[in-house]
Design a protein around this ligand. Structure first.
Ligand SMILES: NC(=O)c1ccc[n+]([C@@H]2O[C@H](COP(=O)([O-])OP(=O)(O)OC[C@H]3O[C@@H](n4cnc5c(N)ncnc54)[C@H](OP(=O)(O)O)[C@@H]3O)[C@@H](O)[C@H]2O)c1
Length: 300
């Protein structure tokens, strides 16, 4: 079994690390907030005092942090991950970040003698726990083949996309669809409701219809009852849409539905809903339609 390292033990990272421990790997980890990793330490994770120490202890080291800025923080500086990389090691970043920043980081990793892959994931906590996560991979094909078994232990679907940064781009292209679909779903529910169909009936029909993507099936019911904790909050989704819109500007690729949906996320922030699951685009549209957003959720 490969000695693995994991930096960024948040909602997704901690559960991926858990899967790797369960698959029999030795996993060394670090998280900015150590308390969040205590349960994993009890499950066998070896704690290290910095990202650099994680890299030094590992053949393959993985990061999964919020955004491009967080990635800079954990990779740079004297205690950063780059300081612990060297010949023969592989670094895999699973965060959803800017493709350009990912490519630039891959160059810096190459200068240490190590190799980097961008391997963002598509799915949610639920998908991950069901073992149905999908990974996309960017970087050189030879490095990908070396770590393929580790990636397959995380998600059954692992797709090689192309050189460094291309998986990050593919991930952004994937995620814009989540937000756009959620807004379209909200339009459908509210249209039905305004015409006299109950919200429950509309959600049931839609989540069992031709438009029921995996995301619509698990997130659609959030318009009836929001989860206690966001699965993917408004700020995180806004980060991804911003990355998509930036890429659209760079490639002269208009993204009309992404742009409109982004405005709904901005409105959600304006309404104080930034930490809610991005399914609250429904609430924003409901407010525009003069409909109370979550009245069923308040019923016993
Ligand atoms: N949630 C999903 O459904 C989902 C699905 C696919 C992909 N993703 C992507 O996966 C990544 C992680 O998402 P998540 O849902 O796991 O988020 P999360 O629970 O908020 O975790 C974020 C992680 O990044 C760390 N972090 C943030 N800023 C940092 C900084 N400045 N320095 C060091 N560490 C920092 C956090 O450390 P602390 O614990 O100290 O805050 C935490 O470990 C994101 O890029 C997201 O887009 C998420």
């Amino acid at each position: 079994m490969t000695d693995l390292g994991f930096v960024g033990l948040g909602v997704m990272g901690s559960r991926i690390a858990e899967r790797l421990l369960d698959a029999g790997h030795c996993v060394t980890g670090w998280n900015r907030t150590r308390t969040k990793a205590e349960w994993l330490i009890e499950r066998g994770l070896r704690w290290a005092d910095s990202p650099r120490e994680v890299a030094l202890a590992s053949d393959v080291v993985i990061t999964m942090v919020t955004d491009t800025e967080a990635l800079r923080q954990v990779t740079g500086g004297a205690s950063g991950l780059l300081a612990g990389l060297g010949e023969g090691r592989v670094y895999v970043d699973m965060s959803t970040v800017s493709p350009a920043a990912s490519r630039e980081l891959a160059e810096r990793v190459r200068a240490t003698g190590a190799r980097m892959l961008d391997a963002p994931v598509s799915g949610s906590v639920a998908t991950l726990e069901e073992g149905r996560l999908s990974l996309m991979v960017g970087g050189d094909a030879e490095t990908f083949e070396r770590v393929r078994p580790v990636l397959e232990a995380i998600g059954p679907t692992v797709t090689y996309v192309g050189p460094n940064g291309q998986a990050a781009l593919m991930k952004i292209a994937t995620n814009l669809g989540l937000a756009v679909q959620m807004l379209a779903f909200s339009e459908a529910v509210l249209l039905a409701e305004k015409g006299g169909i109950s919200r429950e009936t509309a959600v049931h029909v839609l989540t069992n219809s031709a438009v029921a993507s995996p995301m619509v099936r698990y997130r659609g019911p959030f318009v009836l009852r929001q989860p206690d904790e966001a699965w993917f909050d408004v700020d995180m989704m806004r980060k991804d849409l911003r990355l998509a819109l930036e890429a659209g500007l760079e490639f002269d690729m208009p993204l009309p539905t992404t742009a409109v949906t982004n405005e709904f996320l901005t409105a959600a922030r304006g309404m104080g809903l930034a930490r809610h699951d991005f399914a609250v685009v429904f609430d924003v549209l409901a407010a525009m339609a003069g409909v109370e957003a979550r009245r069923e959720a308040r019923e016993p």
